[in-house]
Ligand binder design. Structure first.
Ligand SMILES: Cc1ncc(COP(=O)(O)O)c(C=O)c1O
Length: 447
C-alpha cells in the first residue's frame, strides 16, 4: 500500500502560495507570499496571540452562537491561501463553502468591483441601471436559458424558486390555489429560512423552529422512482441538489438526474436544480447536471456567483417559467444591484472561457487520486466530483471537528460535515502541488 510521507511545507517560488501554474491564465495574483504556514512542519501549532484570543472572545460575547468556527482569525487572503492575525498562513481547502471558486481576491473580479465602485453601487429595482440587463442576459446565456432573476443569498434564491414553482403551478399547470406540492429529497440542504427548514430532514435545522410551512413532501435522495411515486395532480416541482454537499458530498447513482429529468418532463412538473454549491465550475463542468447532460427547468445559483466578494444569487429559467411574476409580487432591495451585477458579469466571463471548469476536472482527478493513496484503515470512503471531496475518516481516529482542528494546526483549513466526514473544496486556482501537500497534511492529522 502506498502511504504518503509527511514532508515539510513546500515553499519558495512555484510552491504553495507561490502562484505558479495559477498565474494570469486563471486571473490569480502571482505575487502571493511564498512561505507556508508559520506553524512548525510536523504540525506544532503556534500559540494564538492575545490579539487573536481577544477577537474570538469578543465574537463569543457579542453574537449568537449559531456557528462553531475553527479558532483561527483570518486577516488577509490571496488566491488559495489565507493569513491569520498572527501571520500564520493556511491553505484554504473550504473556499467559503464554494463561494470562493475563483480564489480569494481574484484580480479580474476585484477589478470589476473597483470599476463599479467608482460609478454606482445601488439603485434598487425602482430604477433601471446599466449593469442589470447585461448581467441577466449573460447569465441566462451561460445557463442556456432566456431569463434570470437576481437575489442575494442562496436561501433567498431557493425561496424565489419555490415561489416561482407555486405561481407556475397555479397559472400554467392549473393546480387549485393553495394546493401546490413540491417534492424535496431527504438529507437536503437548501438554506436556513423558515420555509426551507420546513422540508429539511436534519433535526438540528428544524428543532424548535416550527410551526412549519406546508406543501412539501420528502423522498429518498438518489431514487427517481420515489419521486415518480410521490407525484400527485397538485405536484408542481421537484427541488434537488445534483450532489448533496452538506449531507457529505453525496453523489447520486449514475443516471439519477437523467431519470428525474425524464419523470419531470413526462409528468409536467418543474425540475429545479439547486446548483448553489455544486455549480459554477466546482465539479469540472459549469453545472453538476452537465455530468448527465441534463438541463433542469430552473437553475438556482449563488455562492461563487458573487466571486467571493459579495452575496449574489439568482434563479435562471425560461420566460414561460420566470414570466409568472408581475410587478409587486416578488423583490429584494439589494437583489441585482449594480455592484452585484458587475461582479456577476465578471464571474460569468470567467466561466465562459471554460478554463476554470477544465482546471477543476484535471485537478479534481489529481485530488481524488491523491486521496485514494491514504491508508484504507484511516479512510472509509471518498466521494465527490471535480475539486470537491467528502472524505469519511474512521471515527476511531477522531471526530470531524478534531481532525479539522489538527489540520488547522498543520496549516490547512477544512471543515467537517456530519460525523467524521472532512470536506475538501479548495478554490479552483489551487495547484496540484498544494493538493498533494494538503493530502499529506490530512494523513498526518489523522494518523
Ligand atoms: C445547496 C445549497 N443551497 C442553498 C444554500 C444556502 O445558501 P446561503 O447560505 O447563501 O443562504 C447552501 C449553502 O450552503 C447550499 O449549499
Amino acid at each position: 500500500m502506498t502511504t504518503i510521507s509527511e514532508t515539510e511545507i513546500p515553499g519558495g517560488p512555484g510552491g504553495p502560495g507561490g502562484g505558479a501554474g495559477t498565474g494570469s491564465d486563471t486571473g490569480t495574483n502571482t505575487d502571493a507570499p511564498l512561505s507556508g504556514p508559520a506553524s512548525a512542519p510536523g504540525g506544532a501549532p503556534q500559540a494564538r496571540s492575545a490579539k487573536a484570543e481577544a477577537l474570538i472572545a469578543q465574537t463569543d460575547e457579542h453574537t449568537a452562537h449559531n456557528y462553531h468556527p475553527l479558532p483561527v482569525v483570518v486577516a488577509e487572503a490571496d488566491g488559495a491561501w489565507v493569513t491569520d492575525v498572527d501571520g500564520n498562513r493556511y491553505l484554504d481547502m473550504l473556499a467559503g463553502y464554494s463561494a470562493l471558486n475563483f480564489g480569494h481576491r481574484n484580480p479580474v473580479l476585484l477589478a470589476a468591483a473597483r470599476e463599479q465602485l467608482s460609478r454606482v453601487t445601488l439603485t434598487s429595482r425602482a430604477f433601471h441601471h446599466d449593469q442589470f440587463g447585461p448581467f441577466v442576459a449573460e447569465l441566462a446565456a451561460l445557463c442556456g436559458k432566456q431569463a434570470a432573476l437576481p437575489m442575494n443569498s442562496g436561501a433567498e434564491a431557493v425561496e424565489t424558486a419555490l415561489k416561482t414553482a407555486r405561481k407556475w403551478g397555479y397559472q400554467v399547470k392549473g393546480v387549485p390555489e393553495d394546493r401546490a406540492q413540491i417534492i424535496t429529497c431527504e438529507g437536503n440542504f437548501h438554506g436556513r429560512t423558515l420555509s426551507i427548514v420546513s422540508f429539511s430532514t436534519d433535526p438540528e435545522a428544524r428543532n424548535e423552529f416550527g410551526p412549519f410551512t406546508p406543501g412539501f413532501v420528502s423522498v429518498p435522495y438518489g431514487d427517481a422512482s420515489a419521486i415518480e411515486a410521490a407525484i400527485t395532480d397538485d405536484t408542481v416541482a421537484v427541488l434537488l441538489e445534483p450532489i448533496q454537499g452538506e449531507a457529505g458530498v453525496l453523489v447520486p447513482p449514475d443516471g439519477y438526474l437523467a431519470a428525474v429529468r425524464e419523470v419531470c418532463t413526462r409528468r409536467g412538473i418543474l425540475m429545479m436544480a439547486d446548483e448553489i454549491q455544486s455549480g459554477l465550475g466546482r465539479t469540472g463542468y459549469t453545472f453538476a447536471c452537465d455530468h448527465e447532460s441534463v438541463v433542469p427547468d430552473v437553475y438556482i445559483l449563488g455562492k461563487a456567483l458573487g466571486g467571493g466578494i459579495l452575496p449574489v444569487s439568482a434563479v435562471v429559467a425560461d420566460r414561460d417559467v420566470l414570466g409568472v411574476f408581475k410587478p409587486g409580487e416578488h423583490g429584494s432591495t439589494f437583489g441585482g444591484n449594480p455592484l452585484a451585477c458587475a461582479v456577476g458579469r465578471a464571474v460569468v466571463g470567467l466561466l465562459t472561457t471554460g478554463e476554470y471548469q477544465a482546471r477543476a476536472r484535471t485537478l479534481g482527478t489529481h485530488l481524488h487520486a491523491a486521496l485514494a493513496t491514504l491508508p484504507k484503515e484511516m479512510v472509509r470512503e471518498v466521494r465527490g466530483r471535480g475539486l470537491w471531496a467528502g472524505v469519511d475518516i474512521d471515527p476511531v481516529f477522531g471526530t470531524g471537528r478534531e481532525i479539522s482542528e489538527r489540520l488547522m494546526a498543520r496549516g490547512v483549513l477544512a471543515k467537517d460535515t456530519h460525523g467524521s466526514t472532512i470536506r475538501m473544496a479548495p478554490p479552483l486556482v489551487v495547484t496540484a502541488e498544494e493538493l498533494d501537500w494538503a493530502v499529506r497534511r490530512l494523513h498526518s492529522a489523522v494518523g
